[in-house]
Design a binder for this molecule. Structure first.
Ligand SMILES: C[S@@+](CC[C@H](N)C(=O)[O-])C[C@H]1O[C@@H](n2cnc3c(N)ncnc32)[C@H](O)[C@@H]1O
Length: 299
């Protein structure tokens, strides 16, 4: 290969994303970002509990089969299971599927083991085989590196006939969605986004419910730079400092346009999408219909 050919090969965002999350600095970057947006109490999990999970008709005292796909360091699923245990007196068997060995190592499950049997699977979801089906399947901010729609077809087969699949992601046209478009321009591919999931479900005639909520956060003047850095470091997968000055300028302008002044700082808002698919609906999925036009209204 000639040097000029080598220099024109663009990396894959999906590979870069998985590699970054398989490093200590990638994990720290993601955790800093989560703390900036969602705070120490994790407002995303609080909303999910209050708006979605707390309203589900669980049989009090029963045992549920749970699958968490791309569970990261497990902090979120632990919070969720503790909430469900406290509210409905549920017990669980958890299949935890995660491609990053660094994240799997960080998953400390002592606080849920009194009511949860945990099986960790260090593997790509696409390579994982399970003989089980599940009452609840979670994909929380974990779809972005999915190979393609086939991976999502595999998700649809995980729920049992009374089961529910819960997919959480930022909206593609949200604050973070726009930033990703700027930061990902140099990659050969693009992230698998919630709109790809929705397109797949509509194409297969699978019914789903959609809930949206806003995550709002304010960065005080003295925390502004650190807060913005935590977002940009995570979204750029640790390479923000090395980006060309033109890209950084576009990012600065974008942030100015998308934030609003607050007393002594800036306020931001991010739209989150939760898709809820029931097992009955996912199992009735047919072969995909012809693709819908890209301009179709998905909401
Ligand atoms: C942004 S993190 C979210 C982690 C966790 N769900 C949370 O909300 O904190 C995405 C996680 O999904 C994992 N992941 C991404 N694609 C995956 C795949 N195809 N198979 C297994 N894990 C995957 C990554 O390694 C990462 O830990």
């Amino acid at each position: 290969m000639t040097p000029s050919a080598a220099s024109t090969i663009m990396p894959s965002i999906k590979d870069a994303y998985k590699d970054f999350l398989n490093s200590e600095c990638g994990m720290k970057s993601y955790n800093r970002f989560k703390c900036t947006l969602y705070g120490p109490g994790d407002s995303l999990v609080e909303c999910l509990d209050a708006e979605v999970l707390g309203k589900m008709p669980f049989a009090v005292g029963s045992k549920l089969n749970i699958c968490d796909v791309g569970g990261g360091d497990g902090v979120r699923i632990r919070r969720i299971l503790r909430y469900l245990h406290d509210r409905f007196n549920l017990r669980f068997s958890l299949d935890f599927v995660e491609q990053s060995s660094a994240q799997i190592r960080a998953f400390e499950c002592r606080d849920i083991c009194g009511f949860t049997e945990v099986k960790k699977h260090e593997t790509l979801f696409e390579k994982w085989w399970t003989g089980s089906t599940y009452d609840l399947v979670f994909l929380i901010h974990s779809i972005f590196a999915f190979d393609d729609s086939d991976s999502f077809d595999k998700v649809l087969k995980l729920a049992n006939s009374n089961g529910t699949i819960v997919v959480v992601s930022n909206a593609e046209d949200s604050f973070l969605g726009g930033l990703k478009l700027i930061l990902d321009a140099e990659y050969s591919d693009r992230r698998f986004e919630i709109s790809d999931v929705v397109r797949n479900l509509i194409g297969r005639g699978v019914h789903f419910d959609e809930t949206r909520f806003q995550t709002r956060w304010t960065l005080q003047a003295n925390d502004l730079q650190a807060g913005i850095s935590s977002i940009l470091d995570w979204l750029s997968l640790g390479r923000y400092q090395d980006l060309p000055s033109g890209v950084k300028q576009t990012v600065r302008r974008y942030i100015e346009a998308k934030s609003s002044p607050a007393s002594d700082g800036l306020s931001f808002s991010e739209e989150e999408v939760v898709l809820v698919i029931t097992g009955k609906d996912s199992q009735s999925a047919g072969a995909p219909n012809p693709p819908i036009s890209s301009g179709a209204e998905l909401r």
